[in-house]
Design a protein around this ligand. Sequence first.
Ligand SMILES: Nc1ncnc2c1ncn2[C@@H]1O[C@H](COP(=O)(O)OP(=O)(O)O)[C@@H](O)[C@H]1O
Ligand SMILES: [Mg+2]
Length: 410
Amino acid sequence: MLARLVLASPAPHYRPTVDGGTSILGRHPILAEFDRTLDGLALGHGRLVLVTGEPGIGKSSVAREVASRAAARQWSVRWGSCVEGSTAYAAWVQLLRSSGPGPGRDAATELENRHGGVDDPAGGPAARARAFDRVIDALRAEMHSGPLVVVLDDLHWADQPTTFLLRAVADVTVVAPLLLLGTYRDDEVPSEHMLRVLGGAERFALTGLEERDVGTLLTDVAGVEPAASVVRSVSTHTAGNPFFVSQVGRLLGAGGLPLLSSSAFPLPASVREVLQRRLARLSSRCHQALGTAAVIGPTFDVAFLSEALAASRDEVLGMLGEAALARVVSDSEGEPATWSFVHALFRQTLLDGLGPVTRARAHRAVGEILESRGHLDDVTTSCRSALPASQPGRPRARGRAGRHDRALPL
Ligand SMILES: Nc1ncnc2c1ncn2[C@@H]1O[C@H](COP(=O)(O)OP(=O)(O)O)[C@@H](O)[C@H]1O
Ligand SMILES: [Mg+2]
């Protein structure tokens, strides 16, 4: 059986797709790794693989692509999605039920009956172990006819029982033709979370698309080929996040191209919503501090921010640490005192979200520091206007708009 599967090759003219339409771009290295994993699967070598990255970076797309490559080899694929606030084991129940009548469905029913999940006092550890064994037996039964790919998408929303079961099933992968493929947003999973320490897992952290692929995606979505300068700008602002890129592409396709020649970057509502949701998870002090950091510029230093916030360096480092875990900012390699926003779009969202009073206060604080440091050329028009009108002896700020107040230029 396995020998037959080794020989089975992907369907001819197989064209990888994302969402059934656009070709998947820029993921050839990781997909080549997955092809090798699938080859190994045919020889009975199972794996647990975790694909991580921020929302919209393309985790589900990669998982879908791997699933369709497995399906092209005539292998079974079971897919379960974790949903925020769902009942215990919901993703497992979903994927086991999709196998039709048989041991998978029976195991799903048993999981469903364990309403209390891991801590269910009525069930206890022995009952849980029995339920897990039934799931494993059901998956083994599926593997009688060939390798099996089980995808658990959005594990950052997994309830604890789901992750426990994942760990139990992962132990099986070593000796079975089973690819267990999980995805999660690493910015939503705390550092001590079980997902981060699952032994034996192979991990792929997805990063943004290259500029060339951003150009192709924009053209695909917008139906027009944007100028190289537009591609560069979109690439910089979105850090190559394909969801952000495609949303901007839609705007372009809908006749928004002129917007791109204005001074500010157009932020589609869908993108703004994602960014705001990510910012909303931060403590209010951290959120506030980032507002001031956004006024300083795309890059800012800790001493400057401490002074603008009238906060100690340690306090500021604590807040930046929180924001770094949420992947909103990062420190510069080799320059721990210098930080920047991960996406220019985060900065723009923060600036847009500042109320007029907070905005004026932040501009004044930043302007005063620049003045006191003698960086008069960097004091912006709005910072200047936020300074007290007449302060005898105070040097007047002059010069062009500074780096920290420029509308995100194209
Ligand atoms: N490599 C890629 N090439 C082209 N489009 C992509 C790629 N990855 C993701 N996309 C598109 O970006 C959007 C978000 O992708 P998705 O896989 O849902 O991200 P995630 O699961 O990480 O949140 C989808 O519309 C998808 O079609
Ligand atoms: Mg997804």
